[in-house]
Write a protein that binds this ligand. Sequence first.
Ligand SMILES: [Zn+2]
Length: 467
Amino acid sequence: MKWWWVLGFYLGMQPALHAMDEATFDAFKQQGLDQLVLRFSDIAPLLHQHQQNPLFEFTELGHSVLGTPIYQIKLGRGDTRVLAWTQMHGDEPTATAAIFDLLKFIADDAQGMWRESWMEHLTLYIIPMVNPDGAEIYSRVNAQGIDINRDALALQSPEGRILMDAAKRIEPHYAFNLHDQNRFLAAGNSGNPATISLLAPAFNEARDINDSRRRAMQLIAYVRPMIEQEIPGHLGRYDDTFSVRSFGDTFSSFGISTVLVEAGGHRNDDHRQVARRLNFLMYLKWLNAIASGSYRQADLAEHDAIPFNQRSMKDVLIENVRLTLNEQPALLDLAFDLNWEVSRSARIDDIGDLSVFGAYHRFDAAGLDFQPGRAYRVTEPLELTLPHYLDLLRGGYTHFVGDKELLRNRTALPVLLNPGRQLPTEALRRHQSPTFLLRNDDAVQYAVINGQVIELVQGRVLYRYGS
Ligand SMILES: [Zn+2]
């Protein structure tokens, strides 16, 4: 008996649905989608594969500006209609991966017990990757430069028109608007990233609560206990200021119970696989609960207890750095912004008392002094070995200048060559490269190279990009 059958049986028997742990999820999730960037070419083979499955009814709804097809996948045969769409912002792919996990889960459910528990009550319409042109170049907007989620009224983008036409044709009772959010959002003042944020968008400026909006709030209330059990303190809520141009708010004004789901950051999870798993688990719970109506028992207090998002996360926080400011001794915290995977860049983002911020990576520099680094000029071929590099760092060099063909980095440590940003001198400033040294009275102890902290005794990086 295959494990997923056991799981499917279990889910079918357990409408309350207990959460699936990470190892179980990893074993069965759709392979090949654990990426920062998801393009149409990543999902095209999966679309093709699922298109062969009689459970899934495919319709080509139209094309993006640059001619990529946008599909609708229809499942189930019930009277209650649910519409979900992903990646209308091209650089927000997490829910696309989670939707393919759901499709795989349904396709693999050989006995069909779980899916049959809701398919006779529900018809689910999924539009994956509404903005394939943006996805192709990791851009929020479409190929016309339009933010599709601000085009719900004007409908000047073909992608926005496809989504609106779908909603008008389907007349869904429920809508799930699936996005990714900024990694700097924290769940309230927890100091934790908001790995999942939810919102039942307002349908008017007064932010009234009518029956359809209340249902959306109850759907949120219904999944909160599961999320808090899985990732305690990492669930946030969006501000419900009415956004007249957005699809979620517009659909809400049509009387569709609409839930906005935002996948966010998590520590040691740059590719948002935690948010992906939670998305998947929410989809399972919502399908069951909408089919059975059980979510209507959910207490709105569960919704109201979710803290609002706060923009209070930093990528890296270096605390208690000693330095001299205006000839006076000073103690400062430094925050860095890392955009390593996208632009291979890092910068100093904030300076001062940063004790109120949460961080993905935190390093206490108590007892250490800031020392600006020097440039090492490369004029002849240089094979950089670990002992040699550590000697240079301890000797006060933090970066190299010269012909990049001459330098061979034979270490696993980051090397900064011909930096594009200004480096800190005696003065630290925002937007400089986070590249400098930390020393005690005896010697340089740590080198900070393009935002990464290297401990100089063993020569190891304290945290890595992508970790
Ligand atoms: Zn978005």
